[in-house]
Design a binder for this molecule. Structure first.
Ligand code: IPM
Ligand code: MG
Length: 350
């Protein structure tokens, strides 16, 4: 197995080493022999060399089974091409999975009293290859356009993926769309409805504006949510607010043969270089990688260790703590080592 490690820009360079330390622990302890392939891409490279990423970087990524990705600064400069969007498209990572489930104990730590952790357990399944991110644009001085592309094949494919996830949960799927104003969404909605029917999943749909309201006011109404690219982008940041900090939100970008894991947060130039970025979203992205690989025990050890860090208040300033990125990462790794050793001893003594 080959895993590409892409730190990227800004806090990507600070949080990914913490996730890699956890990865190394398992890789070495269990002799997995996974090969790590460092890849440098992003804005920093563009500033230095004029390129963000080359065709050979894309080819290199294609030789890997999984990618652990930090964050890249995406400039709005008209000639700047987003690295992230290019990777998603060229490697066909079509399903962007963004779980919205608070870490146990986080509401207590943050003294959030107006909602309960158990009321928030949603998976946002974002179509990742088309919609308003089609890249078909005409940029002018007096008129600029972006073409919103919805295809039946991509809509069916993402709906099928979402139904698969729903099958392992409450067997409920909600399609979020704006078909009253954007006629392109009729195809998306009807494709999702049809796939859910074929897959035997209970289906409902919601207009995106009222869904945004519900997400804040009554999140317990929803379980698996499938939506188009830009809506998924916006709603997953809104959803991350229900987690207590964007620094806690992990994500997976799944393709047919490989997958890409990244924290939802960006490169955060405002706090970069200060050692205070929250490493939990990156560590939980590794946890999602292990789940995707079928390494359920290791994934569970990571989740428990993260919960322990929250319970013990070993957290970064975004969560009101005074610990650094490295201290939080070290603490989580130490908890993983402890429970790994403990469960090993237990197995031995049985
Ligand atoms: C995300 C990001 C990206 C997106 C940006 C950086 C292009 O916001 O992964 O959510 O819009 O998809
Ligand atoms: Mg986003």
């Amino acid at each position: 197995m080959k895993v590409a490690i892409v730190e990227g820009d800004g806090i990507g360079k600070e949080v990914i080493p913490e996730a890699v330390a956890v990865f190394d622990y398992f890789n070495e302890t269990y002799g997995w022999n996974f090969e790590k392939v460092p890849v440098e891409v992003g804005f920093g490279r563009w500033e230095r060399t004029g390129v963000t990423m080359t065709d050979s970087d894309i080819s290199l990524l294609k030789t890997c089974d999984a990618v652990l990705f930090g964050a890249v600064t995406t400039s709005s400069h008209p000639s700047y091409k987003s690295v992230l969007l290019r990777i998603r498209k060229e490697l066909d990572f079509y399903a962007n999975i963004r779980p919205i489930r608070p870490i146990k104990g986080i509401y207590k730590l943050l003294q959030i009293k107006d909602r309960k952790e158990e009321d928030v357990d949603i998976v946002i399944v974002r179509e990742n290859t088309e919609g308003l991110y089609s890249g078909i644009e005409e940029i002018g001085d007096v008129r600029s356009t972006t073409l919103r592309v919805i295809t039946k094949s991509a809509s069916r494919r993402i709906a099928k993926h979402a139904c698969g996830l729903a099958g392992g949960r409450k067997n409920k799927l909600t399609a979020v769309h704006k078909s009253n104003a954007l006629k392109s969404d009729i195809l998306f909605l009807e494709s999702c409805r049809k796939v859910a029917e074929e897959e035997g999943v209970v289906f409902s749909d919601k207009l995106v504006d009222i869904f945004a309201y519900d997400l804040v006011m009554s999140p317990s109404k929803y379980d698996v949510v499938v939506t188009t690219n830009l809506f998924g982008d916006i709603l997953s940041d809104l959803g991350a607010a229900l987690l207590g900090s964007i620094g806690l939100a992990p994500s997976a970008n799944i393709g047919d043969n490989r997958a890409f894991f990244e924290p939802v947060h960006g490169s955060a130039p405002d706090i970069a270089g200060r050692g205070i970025a929250n490493p939990i979203a990156a560590i939980l992205s590794l946890q999602m990688m292990f789940e995707w690989m079928g390494k359920k025990r290791e994934a569970a050890l990571i989740s428990e260790a993260v919960e322990k860090a929250v319970e013990d208040g070993i957290v970064t300033p975004d969560l009101g703590g005074g610990y650094t990125t490295k201290e939080v990462g070290d603490y989580i790794l130490s908890r993983i080592r402890l429970s790994d050793a403990a469960s090993f001893c237990l197995e031995e003594s049985l």
